[in-house]
Design a protein around this ligand. Structure first.
Ligand SMILES: Cc1cc2nc3c(=O)[nH]c(=O)nc-3n(C[C@H](O)[C@H](O)[C@H](O)COP(=O)(O)OP(=O)(O)OC[C@H]3O[C@@H](n4cnc5c(N)ncnc54)[C@H](O)[C@@H]3O)c2cc1C
Ligand code: SF4
Length: 333
């Protein structure tokens, strides 16, 4: 067993101070449902963890007229079940309900959820597998290997690992931002700029510094919230990661013509993926099965399948088409 220091600050300021003076490799600990997992697997070996799970003021949920504000320490279950989130932003609620299990959702936080790491079996499997993310420069066992769950979009010659989270996909569709606090004060990072593609450095997964603490996630209010859904296809209907998922939010006019349209993809890309061209296709068009299908096809135009994941292109197209239909049924005219 590896020993590590366990630090429990009592305020956000104290947490930032602790991070500023922390030894390199120190990690922030929230619910621990990812971090402890990775420590047990030997993938993460922090010399210290700074526990922010019960920091006062970090678990608020505010549903205002202009924006929704979620403290980074709010539990997934509490956000999923919030009455305003359920009624006015069903894609946000569903992205959390369809993630993990009830026990995990009771423990895990919406801040920690954003920074979960890939479920690539080679990455998690052990040091005997070449993996540029786990052991930079060692190669990638998934490329040319068993890639059924790997990314169709955003991969590189170094890594094709899928970003596994659900919540970030819905947040991306709603143009959410993340407020972070570090030694130089507070800054705001658009969700779209939080995660990065692997490129030639798959070990780098996001744009936060090690001493930056996510304090809140903010979602601007939009009329497209009610006409939204998070549609997730997986090997079993519960407690499984997405083979393909999508968050769709849209508005319709009285004739059933699409106005605003937002589409993000999950389970198919190396980072939360905004399907911009598909979003641009639907506005001004009628809500028909053909147009919904076409939006899905456009979303997957750049897909690069490998050995065993080609079936997920068609699966992804159908996922988008179904989600557009569901969102259209929910959108008020
Ligand atoms: C069996 C299983 C099934 C799962 N299925 C799904 C699924 O279907 N969909 C899905 O989306 N997720 C799934 N998950 C992942 C789960 O949702 C995440 O483990 C959880 O959301 C992480 O939150 P946490 O609070 O426990 O984070 P932790 O494990 O404490 O932290 C995770 C990471 O975030 C960092 N971190 C945490 N809080 C902050 C902060 N405030 N600021 C900066 N960095 C921070 C930590 O340093 C760490 O790197 C599953 C997990 C398990 C174990
Ligand atoms: S896909 Fe990425 S995480 Fe998986 S083995 Fe290759 S380099 Fe490692």
């Amino acid at each position: 067993m590896r020993s590590f220091a366990y630090v429990v600050p009592e305020t956000v300021d104290a947490a930032v101070d602790a991070l500023r003076s922390a030894v390199p490799g120190t990690k922030i600990l929230a619910g621990g449902t990812t971090l402890y997992d990775l420590m047990k697997l030997g993938i993460e070996a922090p010399p210290a963890v700074i526990d922010v799970h019960r920091l006062p003021g970090l678990d608020g949920i505010e549903a205002g007229a202009d924006e929704l504000v979620f403290g980074a320490g709010a539990r997934m279950a509490d956000v999923a079940d919030h009455p305003v989130v359920r009624a006015d932003y069903p894609a946000l609620s569903e992205s959390l309900w369809r993630a993990a299990s009830q026990q995990l959702r009771n423990m895990a936080t919406v801040g920690g959820n954003l920074l979960q790491r890939t479920r690539c079996a080679y990455f998690r499997g052990g040091p005997e597998f070449p993996c540029n993310k786990r052991n930079p420069g060692s190669g990638c066992a998934a490329i040319g290997g068993h890639d059924r769950a790997h990314a169709l979009l955003g991969g590189s010659d170094a890594c094709i690992a899928t970003y596994p989270g659900d919540w970030a996909i819905a947040l991306l569709a709603f143009d959410a931002v993340v407020d972070v606090v570090g030694p130089d004060g507070e800054r705001t990072v658009p969700l779209a700029e939080l995660h990065v593609e692997p490129g030639d450095d798959p070990a780098r997964e996001h744009t936060l510094a090690a001493d930056e603490l996510i304090v809140r996630i903010r979602v601007p209010a939009t009329a497209a919230g009610r006409g939204s859904t998070y549609h997730k296809i997986r090997d079993r209907e519960s407690y499984a990661f997405a083979l393909a998922s999508t968050a769709v939010a849209l508005t319709l006019d009285e004739q059933g013509v699409v106005g605003e349209c937002r589409i993000a993809l999950g389970g198919v890309a190396t980072r939360p993926w905004r399907a911009t061209a598909a979003e641009e296709y639907l506005p001004g068009r009628a809500m028909t099965p053909e147009n919904a299908r076409r939006a899905g096809e456009i979303a997957f135009e750049g897909a690069r399948p490998g050995n065993y994941n080609g079936f997920r292109v068609e699966l992804g197209i159908r996922t988008v088409a179904d989600a557009v239909r569901i969102a259209g049924e929910r959108a008020t005219r």
